[in-house]
Design a protein around this ligand. Structure first.
Ligand code: SAH
Length: 346
């Protein structure tokens, strides 16, 4: 049965105030509930001890209070990375990853159950889109991990399952709640949204007045090659994408990150590096090289470490800012969507 109750954890303070007023309550009750949900990370209305029992009961009847249950947790013996498989209120599952860095803890969250973008190398795309996530379900990945690890999260990357810009309104709401001073108050500068390149939404995002980082999954610097790897490239050309990136930088002053997964013999040659440098050279940007993570259902092979290094050196010679993504949690199904597939198809 579908739960049709209003999703209280997806509401901002203004909406919550309206709810309380309509219920005949004082508006400061909204502030109290908001703080319990987003500041103190309460798991239930019962924890909200400064509300009357009666109000707690009425809230329970009126609202859906989304909490995620960790159904599987894997810890990497290599670097302490933890991968969580969370169950949503309707029984669907999503993955999130917790990574410990010197500069703080980072969480990679999912934005949809499945994905409809169909990138050839990606495990999340294999079964298509099941449904988008509500703002509460994105927040809860961060909240549940904070509680389970007992450590503060300082960075959030929306790079798990799903295409965040294909769930635009919920994504914006999520970012506003996540970075709100009355919630976890994570700095907008520490939030990264990764997209396969939905041009109209990238432009819209630029106009939101946010200070988040935009990461673009490029993976090829040639239209034809990109179309082979990513069906979305049939809709938007690289020229259109670069214009949208320049627009994002102009509007926000935030440097763009380009993600480039290196696939042996497909996009890792000298010519590829040269074309990439030519394509992005004029933008204020940074390139993140990721050796492709082999997915069981796909036959892509990761570039050798020599090839990755040569690619990096070549880009640097052209004056491009580039890093090789540290591979975290490779021993625990590190690549997108793999843990959920294993659970679904075992
Ligand atoms: N839909 C968004 C975010 C999710 S994927 C996007 O496309 O950016 C996060 C990143 O992982 C993307 O750059 C994606 O292309 C990359 N990716 C997916 N599967 C991968 C794999 N098997 N190996 C390496 N990178 C992969």
């Amino acid at each position: 049965m579908k739960d049709t109750k209003a999703d209280i954890k997806s509401m901002d303070l203004e909406e919550l105030k309206k709810e309380m007023e309509e219920a005949g309550e004082k508006s400061f009750r909204a502030n109290q509930i908001y703080e319990w949900m987003h500041g103190k990370l309460a798991r239930d209305f019962d924890e909200m001890t400064n509300l009357s029992k009666n109000l707690r009961e009425r809230c329970r009847e009126a609202y859906l209070f989304t909490v995620l249950k960790a159904v599987k947790v894997q810890e990497s013996s290599l670097d302490g990375t933890k991968k969580f498989l969370f169950e949503l209120p309707d029984g669907n599952t999503v993955e999130s990853v917790w990574m410990k860095y010197k500069h703080g803890n980072s969480v990679c969250i999912s934005s949809q159950v499945g994905c409809r973008m169909g990138c050839r190398f990606c495990a999340s795309a294999i079964d298509g889109l099941v449904r988008p996530l509500a703002p509460s379900e994105m927040l809860e990945q961060v909240y549940a991990i904070t509680l389970l690890t007992g450590e503060r999260v300082s960075n959030v990357v929306v790079m798990g399952m799903g295409e965040p810009l294909d769930n635009y309104d919920n994504l914006i709401k999520f970012i506003k709640l996540l970075t709100d001073e009355n919630g976890l108050h994570i700095s907008q500068r520490n939030v990264t949204v990764s997209t396969c390149g939905l041009v109209p939404q990238m432009r819209k995002l630029a106009d939101e007045g946010l200070q988040i980082t935009l990461a673009l999954s490029l993976h090829a610097a040639d239209d034809e090659k990109r179309r082979e790897l990513m069906p979305v490239a049939r809709k938007y050309t690289l020229a259109e994408l670069m214009d949208a990136c320049a627009y994002y930088f102009d509007k926000t002053g935030r440097r763009i990150t380009f993600e480039y997964s290196l696939i042996s013999g497909e996009n890792d040659g000298e010519k590829d590096a040269r074309e990439l440098a030519r394509l992005i050279g004029r933008l204020n940007c940074h390139v993140n090289l990721i050796p492709v993570n082999p997915v069981k259902e796909r036959d892509f092979v990761s570039s050798s470490s020599e090839k990755v290094l040569a690619f990096k050196n070549k880009l640097e010679k052209y004056g491009i800012n580039v890093t090789i993504r540290r591979e975290m949690g490779r021993d625990i199904d590190g690549a997108c969507g793999q843990l959920r597939r294993r659970q679904l198809h075992q």
